[in-house]
Each structure stands twice: as structure tokens, then as C-alpha cells.
Design a protein around this ligand. Structure first.
Ligand code: KG4
Ligand code: ZN
Length: 354
């Protein structure tokens, strides 16, 4: 079964074709970063307009890359929510029109569920190490840590679409905190990759930034405290310009911020594994590309089986939508009356429509 996936929930216009839920035949992503970086964040109106311009060529390209014609597709999958509603609408209307014109089912997918599914994707092997052309091995439950610009969640995954949310951020998502810290320091957008690079040369113990909620037994996150603490430290050192002019100080601040963020993520991941007596953990979302986080996971969760998807499947992409849709197809598609929704829960039925 070959499914076209479409993803436009934020600032990436993405289209992909995935065979039988795991083998990625094509994966096109057009990032809008150059359009938003002057504003230091995503501007929803600019994002949806850019999706309108890019979506048809992206879909054509993904189908072509897969060596197929539109008529060869078995279904059309799309992100229905959560996300920026004006952006989601572009993907939804395109997918609805395509499904109707081709006479194929329309399968609606929840964006975070897509991220949680990303360890099963690959061109030859998936992030668990299994061959994607072989029949899928029996499903084993795992802890999913979704860390992106919009989300920070710890989830118990008991089937491709069976989730129990254990914890979420109470304020900023971790990627958002990276972006805001970088913005405060005048470093550019998006901040995550920039801070990650600068942190490599710094001393993570030079500043004792707060690790929020480490004393609690739950799994929620809070990143606004550490963000504010970094901003205060920067201001007390003479402000962003002075900090940027001192390469050692800049690297030390970035490394100390990253250490605080990573400590909190590792605490939740480790405790969730122990609480549910599991060995498997998958870390996805844009922040899962972070080198400090990847190294710390391998060093500190020694007994765990860790799936760290390829960066192209960690950041927003449509392969994760097409892959998960394969498992939803048996329950039937959505009616053409279905609408995008800015807030769509992880648990529940995503099909919508009257
Ligand atoms: O998953 P994603 O592409 O989009 C959302 O759904 O949000 O994640 C984007 C986020 C941004 O906040 C970006 O700064 C962060 O992921 N990010 C990183 C790194 N690469 C991307 N954060 C830390 N380290 C990185 N290497
Ligand atoms: Zn995302």
C-alpha cells in the first residue's frame, strides 16, 4: 500500500510517499525559515500564503521522486491538527481535493502522533534497526519523548495509534525555549541548531540554570524559568552585544542552558521508563536533532533501547504522516466535510466530519 502524506501544520510544506507504513519512497520538505527569520519566529499569515504557493509542486515532486503517478496512490494522508489553522487548511483542502479526484480514501492524522511514529520510518532500516522491506516485527510498547518547537510531551505508546500522555509542558516547549533564548541573545532563528553548535565549545557547569520540576513525581515540563534565568544572566553580563563579543562567555551560557534542558528531558525519560518497566524509548521532534541530548541519552540511559530517528524524520515531515496513516487505513477514511482543527487531542478518533 502506497500512501501520499501531506504536512503543513507550521512552517514546513512537506509531501512524501511511504510504502506499507515504513519504507520511505520520497520525502520532500520545503522549509520557510528564510521567510520568518527576520521576524524571529513564525508569522502565521506569511506561513499559510507560502504553503499555498508551494503545496502543489511539493506533492508533484514527492510522487515523481517515488517513481509513481498520482493514480498509483492507494490513499492520501494529511495532518489535520494541532497546528496553525490557516496552515493546516492548505494541506487539508489539497488532500481533500486529491482524494476526491482520485477516488481514494482521505486519512487524517494527528501531528504529534506522526512524530511518535517516526522511529518506524526509513529507506532501508528504521530507527530501531529493523529492515523496512521486511514484514513489521510485533509491536513493542515504548516511551515517546516529543521535543519540538511546539511540543514537549512524554507519552506511553502501546500501539501505532494508542497513546497515554504522561506529561506535557506547562508553558514553553523546549524548542521554543531554545528559540527565545537565541532571540534574546540576538543570535538568529531558529535558535536550536545555533545554540547546539555554540554549546559544543562551552563549559556546561559555568552557570547553574534552574532545572524546573525535578522535585516532582509527575512528568510535566516547564521551560520558561530556565529561559528567563538565561535572559537575566545575559543582561547582567552587559547585554546581548557584550555576550556575543565574548566567545568563551557565549559558549558557556549556551552550554549551561543546554545542560539544564537536557537534564530535565533525561529525568522525565528515565523515570517514565522505570515507572512503566520499559526498555524502549524513541525521541523525536526538532530538538531530537540536538547533539548534546543525543549524547546524553546514550550515556545516561545505558540499559535502554533508544530510537533516534534520522534528523529528516525528527523535524516536521510528511513521511511520518503517510507512515502512520497505513495503520489507520483499515478503520476507513474521513468524509470530505472534515475540517482542520488547531487543537486535536492525541488520544481519540481523528477522522472528524459529520
Ligand atoms: O519538529 P520541528 O521541526 O517543528 C515543530 O513541530 O515545532 O521542530 C523545530 C524546533 C525549533 O524550535 C528548533 O529550534 C528546534 O526544533 N531544533 C533544535 C535543533 N534543531 C532543531 N533544538 C536544539 N538543537 C538542535 N540541533
Ligand atoms: Zn512538529
Amino acid at each position: 500500500m502506497r500512501i501520499l502524506g501531506i504536512e503543513t501544520s507550521c512552517d514546513e510544506t512537506a509531501a512524501a510517499v511511504v510504502q506499507d507504513g515504513r519504507r520511505v519512497l520520497s520525502n520532500r520538505v520545503l522549509s520557510q525559515i528564510p521567510l520568518h527569520e527576520v521576524y524571529g519566529g513564525v508569522v502565521p499569515e506569511i506561513a499559510s500564503r507560502a504553503h499555498v504557493e508551494a503545496i502543489i509542486p511539493m506533492v508533484r515532486g514527492a510522487v515523481e521522486d517515488a517513481g509513481m503517478a498520482l493514480a498509483d496512490l492507494d490513499a492520501v494522508a494529511v495532518t489535520r491538527g494541532p497546528g496553525l489553522v490557516g496552515c493546516l487548511l492548505v494541506g487539508m483542502e489539497t488532500a481533500k481535493a486529491l482524494a476526491l479526484a482520485l477516488g481514494k480514501p482521505l486519512i487524517c492524522v494527528q501531528h504529534i502522533a506522526g512524530h511518535l511514529y517516526s522511529p518506524y520510518l526509513g529507506r532501508e532500516r528504521d530507527a530501531w534497526g529493523a529492515e523496512v522491506s521486511a514484514p513489521p516485527p510485533p509491536f513493542e510498547p515504548y516511551i515517546g519523548l516529543v521535543v519540538s518547537g511546539g511540543h514537549s510531551s512524554v507519552v506511553l505508546v502501546e500501539g501505532p495509534a494508542r497513546f497515554t500522555v504522561l506529561g506535557e509542558t506547562l508553558d514553553d516547549a523546549v524548542g521554543e525555549a531554545y528559540d527565545k533564548v537565541a532571540k534574546h541573545m540576538g543570535l538568529g532563528y531558529p535558535g536550536g541548531p545555533l545554540l547546539d553548535r555554540l554549546a559544543q565549545d562551552g563549559d556546561p557547569r559555568s552557570f547553574a540554570f534552574p532545572r524546573s520540576l525535578l522535585d516532582r513525581t509527575g512528568f510535566d515540563f516547564s521551560f520558561s524559568g530556565v529561559k528567563t534565568a538565561v535572559a537575566r544572566a545575559v543582561d547582567s553580563m552587559g547585554g546581548p552585544q557584550a555576550v556575543r563579543a565574548d566567545a568563551v562567555l557565549l559558549a558557556n551560557i549556551c552550554a549551561s542552558f543546554q545542560a539544564a534542558a537536557v537534564d530535565v528531558l533525561l529525568d522525565r525519560a528515565g523515570r517514565a521508563l522505570r515507572r512503566h518497566r520499559l526498555r524502549r524509548i524513541a525521541v523525536t521532534g526538532g530538538v531530537a536533532c540536538n547533539r548534546g541530548l543525543r549524547a546524553a541519552l546514550r550515556a545516561r540511559l545505558k540499559d535502554a533501547c533508544i530510537a533516534l530517528p534520522d534528523p529528516e524524520f525528527c523535524t516536521d515531515n510528511a513521511a511520518m504522516i503517510a507512515g502512520l496513516a497505513y495503520h489507520l487505513a483499515p478503520q476507513g477514511g474521513s468524509p470530505p466535510t472534515v475540517n482542520a482543527t488547531a487543537s486535536l487531542a492525541l488520544a481519540g478518533d481523528w477522522r472528524g466530519g459529520a
